[in-house]
Design a protein around this ligand. Structure first.
Ligand code: SF4
Ligand code: SF4
Length: 435
């Protein structure tokens, strides 16, 4: 696509990157058929190609965002399905990230929306605050009543009771069981440890059982993705992680940074790019990104022990967009589940987002609900016993639309190799499909 950015604008690294991305697009339109919002709404402006035109026009002229552009960019899930499809290698993620920041800096949203976005950016990355908000909402309807409408949706998605904080999320070291084969840092994350603390617990059991010493590094926490995708500045969270893991690398060595929420993994793996123009963080960020692995990539690298229980249940594996499109990790989770003795089934339209997409289900509830229902219909059509996914957002989103148990992949791998049975599987008919 031809561009016409002023040369002064191109001295800014973000504009220079966006210009490069726009130039790569050849308008072929292959991406339209795999874009969830285009599939649902059928509007060119809700397709990747249409959005690229809108973003080009806004950024090229460095003009403030207008309501029409904001509407169509806000409807984008950042699912990155278009990047997987695009034959020209258009890096849509870089462009839409820049556009979202530009919108945040130049567009005044209606007051309630502004407050909602501010609140989400302030609450979700901080587990103590998020837990307190959820508990307050559960304790008294009058508290929930006082919340903005879309925040009440958050209470609906959250589990019926708010679990206590897990002791594993405090900074500490978990020694390897048996012979140590590696030393890794676990990113404990933010919202996930509040709503499903059992995911980090299962991850630590799985890693230590496989010979990994696991450190939960002091100062590490939210990756910054939630605020970043709201167009806000998430760099303080990213810097805290980079500092914490760099200290570990320098003091005791680290073989990997392990992520069990794929939305966060995509962001941490991109830290090198995020801080490319910051001389005090560029090198450290690149080093951290280079050793960052999704838990399923890492378990594939070190090898999964054989199962110690009879499994055999049919698992519908939902591939989170951030894992399949953002990180191109597709094969590993399914192969690990199969190696753990589960029967794994593919889901029709596996490339289409479930509608979770960070805070999307709170900000665009109507589209998100349509996508969830479509996903659940596709999953239930395979008649599985269990649904597994590698991202907390997808787990919560899909669970609101089905009675089937939805668990994290790592919970199944942990259970099969000697850990506890996930609570949500208690209802599973005993012995069904057992080998
Ligand atoms: S598939 Fe790629 S090159 Fe073709 S229109 Fe979409 S983004 Fe542009
Ligand atoms: S990121 Fe997803 S929703 Fe956005 S344009 Fe690409 S395919 Fe469509």
């Amino acid at each position: 696509m031809q561009t016409n950015f002023a040369s002064t604008l191109l001295t800014d690294p973000d504009f220079a990157e966006s210009e490069k991305v726009v130039r790569t697009c050849v308008h072929c339109g292959f991406c339209l058929a795999t874009c969830p919002t285009y599939v649902l709404l059928g509007d060119e402006l809700d397709s990747p190609r249409g959005r690229i035109y809108l973003m080009k026009d806004m950024l090229e002229n460095d003009r403030p965002a207008d309501p029409e552009t904001v509407k169509h960019i806000d409807r984008c899930l950042s699912c990155l399905s278009c990047m997987t499809t695009c034959p020209s290698g258009v890096n849509y993620m870089r462009l839409v990230d820049h556009a979202r920041h530009h919108i945040e800096n130049t567009y005044k949203r209606p007051w309630p929306e502004r407050q909602m976005r501010r609140l989400l950016g302030a609450v979700l990355p901080l587990p103590v605050v998020f837990r307190a908000l959820l508990s307050a909402g559960r304790l008294g309807k009058h508290v929930a009543w006082g919340l903005p409408g879309r925040l009440r949706v958050l209470l609906d998605i959250a589990p019926p009771s708010v679990p206590a904080a897990s002791p594993v999320d405090k900074p500490q070291i978990f020694p390897a069981k048996h012979k140590r084969v590696a030393r890794v840092a676990l990113m404990k994350g933010c919202a996930q440890q509040v709503v499903m603390p059992q995911i980090n617990e299962a991850t630590i059991r799985l890693l230590t059982r496989h010979g990994c010493e696991v450190v939960v590094a002091k100062g590490s926490g939210c990756c910054g993705a939630l605020t970043h995708h709201l167009g806000q500045d998430g760099s303080r969270f990213a810097k805290a992680n980079i500092d914490a893991w760099t200290r570990e690398m320098q003091q005791s060595g680290l073989d990997a940074v392990i992520i069990n929420a794929s939305g966060c993994g995509t962001t941490v793996k991109d830290y090198g790019f995020t801080f490319r123009a910051d001389p005090s963080y560029a090198e450290k960020a690149r080093a951290v990104a280079s050793i960052t692995r999704d838990i399923t990539e890492w378990m594939t690298e070190i090898g999964l022990k054989p199962p110690v229980i009879e499994t055999g249940q049919l698992v519908a594996y939902h591939s989170a967009c951030s894992l399949q499109h953002g990180q191109r990790v597709v094969r590993e989770p399914k192969e690990l589940l199969a190696a753990a003795g589960f029967e794994v089934t593919d889901i029709p339209e596996a490339h289409i987002c479930c509608g979770s997409a960070g805070t999307y289900n709170l900000l665009q509830p109507a589209i998100a609900a349509q996508l969830r229902d479509r996903k659940v219909t596709n999953i239930e059509g395979t008649r599985p016993d269990i649904i597994a996914a590698g991202n907390i957002g997808c787990i919560m989103q899909i669970a609101t639309g089905t009675k089937l148990p939805v668990v994290h992949t790592v919970e199944l791998l942990d259970w099969a190799t000697g850990g506890s049975k996930p609570d949500r599987l208690d209802e599973l008919p005993a012995g069904r499909r057992l080998a």
